[in-house]
Design a protein around this ligand. Sequence first.
Ligand SMILES: CC(C)(COP(=O)(O)OP(=O)(O)OC[C@H]1O[C@@H](n2cnc3c(N)ncnc32)[C@H](O)[C@@H]1OP(=O)(O)O)[C@@H](O)C(=O)NCCC(=O)NCCS
Length: 286
Amino acid sequence: MTTDDLPAAQQVFAAAFLEVDRLGRRWNDPEPEPQGADAARTWLARMDHLLAADPAGCVVAEEDGGLVGFAVSQNRGGVWYLAVYAVQPGIQSKGVGKRLLDAVLDHADGRPGIFSASAHPGATRRYRLAGFTLHPMMRMVGRVERSALPVVQGLRDGRPDDLEWMDALDGRLRGGGHGPDHRYLLENARLIVSAAPDRRPGYVYLDEALGRPVLLAADDPGTAGNLLWDALAHTRGETLVDSITVANDWAVDVGLAARLDLDQKGYLALRGMSEPAPYLADGYVL
Ligand SMILES: CC(C)(COP(=O)(O)OP(=O)(O)OC[C@H]1O[C@@H](n2cnc3c(N)ncnc32)[C@H](O)[C@@H]1OP(=O)(O)O)[C@@H](O)C(=O)NCCC(=O)NCCS
C-alpha cells in the first residue's frame, strides 16, 4: 500500500462497513448511514499515520488495476495488531480476504496479535480459521447521570514526557507500547493520566470530537475506574464506552453507576495473548 492507495481504500472501507452495519442492524437501531466527509477525513489521516509508522504491514489487493481490498496492520515491539481490513462487497467470498490476511500475518512474524473484529460472518470465519480466539465485547451507551459523578482526585492532563511510562505500562498489559500511536493520539485527543509518585499509573484518551473515551490502560482496576469516571465527566451528550471484554467488567460497573446502558458488539480477537486488563482497547490502534 502507498499513500496514493488511500482514497480508493477509503471507498472500499466505507462500502464494506456500510454492509456490516446493515447486516448487524437490530430492530431498534437507526438506519445505517454512509461514512460522512468529516469521518472520512479522520479515517484518511489515521491511515496516513499507520502507513508511515509501519508500511510493511499494509497491503492492497487489485483487480484489473483497481483496488478491491486492503489490510492495515502494524508491529509495535512485541505485539502485532490489525487496524482495518476490508474487501469490496461483490468481490467478497472469493479468497481475496484470505490472501490479504495471510500477507499481514506474515508481517506479524509470530508476534502475539490483537484486533477489534466485526461480527461480519466472513470476518469471524477468517479470524477463527487463522487461530484467533474471539472474545465477545460489551459497550456502554447513553448520557452520563451527572449527579452520579464521584469526586476523583490525583489525575492531570498528560504531556509528551508521560509517553515513556505509558509505553512501559502498555508493554506489561499487551506486550508492546503504542509508540508512534501515542504521539498521534496526543495530537488528536485529550490525554488524562494518573502519574503522581504515590499513585498507581494509568491513562485514558478522551476523543473530544466524538465525546467519548478511546483508549484506557491502568495498573489496577481502582485507577482504571477513576480514569474512566474522569473521562465520562468531560462528556456532554450521548457517549460510548467501547471494547469492554469480560476481564474488564470494572468498566461495566462504572458505566452502570453512570446510568449508561449495557450493549454487546463485536469481538476482541486475540492470538498468543490473554485479555489485557485493566484495559479498554482503541478500535484502530488497539
Ligand atoms: C472480512 C473480509 C475482509 C474477508 O474478505 P473475503 O474476500 O470475503 O474473504 P475470503 O473469501 O478469503 O474468506 C471469507 C470466508 O467467509 C465466508 N463468507 C464470506 N461472506 C460470508 C457471509 N456473508 N456469510 C457466511 N460466510 C461468508 C467465505 O465463504 C469464506 O469462507 P471459505 O474460504 O471457507 O469459503 C470481507 O468479508 C469484508 O470486507 N467484510 C466486511 C468488512 C469487515 O467485516 N472487515 C473486518 C473488520 S474486523
